[in-house]
Design a protein around this ligand. Structure first.
Ligand SMILES: C[S@@+](CC[C@H](N)C(=O)[O-])C[C@H]1O[C@@H](n2cnc3c(N)ncnc32)[C@H](O)[C@@H]1O
Length: 329
């Protein structure tokens, strides 16, 4: 199979189902992929009303009647190449979602989250609602430690102007991320936004990890992964799309996204893990009762106790239970 190699990856021009044989079992840390939609993808851009000359030709679509077996075959390969604990993110529209879910159920892969990605430029309709979201299925291979960098983008102490946790908001399972509009630039018509890919790569991998995309398209996953100092690999069956990206990929500077990626503005505050002694537990009990006489909400009381005793919520709850108090949330 034809391939090219950069300092951070090897990329193949061919069918990912056959080509996956080139990747050994249990070696990939993270797979992010956006399989063909099975809905005449080569006409998709007309809905978006873009100037066709700016859209890379050569997208290879899967006939709807083959979609089910095609999906089963590539998902089995994804399961095989992922390391135990490795993560898989599949971006899918609604049309063939059931085939993807059925294929996943037949593997050992375990569901972690079902994310809704809401985007702009929904397909225009007049007699029904406009569809403006995709599904992102986040699964993991059992048997190893899954990477999830909880504070890679916002530390647990960062707040918005209303006191809400930015970390919590960033980890909610509805993501509002606009598609990129690059006027005048040659691009793949279904290219995933860098902001979306960065988010996944930051949470679910570490520098030096291997990120694979079985359906490279415009190579956006690979570019973002290398931009964040990960290694990358993958497949694109279309020679036209593959050839169109070789020069660009050879010129990608590893780490080019590190300066602009979302990172915590405040350092993460690691709570002490030390055990409670009886005096501290008694102090906690008194303080809990005191704070509960104030106008603070239960949530604010809990936060205050976490600060004062430098412990996480669960540790505080456990210690209070020992004194006979069952704190609310
Ligand atoms: C939805 S696009 C991927 C877009 C990509 N995520 C991006 O951001 O540019 C799906 C891609 O899979 C390619 N493809 C279709 N069948 C394939 C196969 N069996 N193996 C590898 N690539 C395939 C299509 O040509 C198309 O480029």
């Amino acid at each position: 199979m034809r391939s090219f190699t950069t300092s951070h990856g090897i990329f193949y021009n061919g069918d990912c189902i056959k080509g996956a044989a080139l990747i050994p079992d249990n070696t990939v840390d993270l797979i992010i992929t956006d399989p063909p939609y099975g809905i005449e993808g080569d006409k998709l851009h007309r809905h978006y009303n873009r100037d066709e000359s700016f859209v890379t030709d050569g997208y290879v679509e899967i006939p709807a009647e083959e979609y089910e077996s095609f999906t089963r075959d590539w998902i089995l390969q994804a399961e095989r190449i992922l390391r135990p604990g490795g993560s898989l993110y599949i971006v899918s529209g609604y049309t063939h979602l059931r085939h993807i879910l059925n294929a996943l159920y037949e593997t050992s892969l375990e569901e972690v989250n079902h994310i809704i990605w809401r985007y702009n430029f929904g397909v225009f309709t007049s007699l029904k609602y406009v569809s403006s979201h995709y599904h992102i299925l986040f699964y993991a291979k059992p048997g190893g430690k899954r990477t999830f960098n909880t504070e890679c983008r916002f530390s647990l102490s960062e707040k918005d102007e209303n006191g809400g946790s930015l970390n919590y908001q960033d980890r909610e399972d509805v993501w509002i991320i606009n598609r990129e509009y690059k006027p005048g630039k040659v691009k793949n018509k279904n290219e995933l936004p860098t902001a979306l890919l960065s988010k996944i790569i930051q949470y679910s991998s570490n520098e030096g990890d291997l990120v694979c995309d079985l359906f490279l398209g415009g190579f956006s996953t690979a570019k973002t992964a290398i931009g964040l100092l990960r290694r990358a690999t993958g497949f694109e069956i279309s020679p036209v799309m593959y050839d169109a990206k070789i020069d660009e990929m050879m010129a990608v500077v590893p780490g080019f996204l590190l300066d602009t990626a979302q990172t915590p503005k405040e350092p993460s505050r690691k709570r002490t893990r030390k055990a409670w002694n009886p005096e501290e537990t008694e102090q906690l009990r008194k303080r809990y009762n005191e704070l509960n006489q104030t106008s603070l909400s239960q949530k604010e009381v809990n936060q205050q106790l976490q600060e004062e005793f430098d412990r996480g919520y669960w540790s505080i709850e456990k210690a209070l239970k020992q004194t006979g108090i069952k704190p609310g949330r």
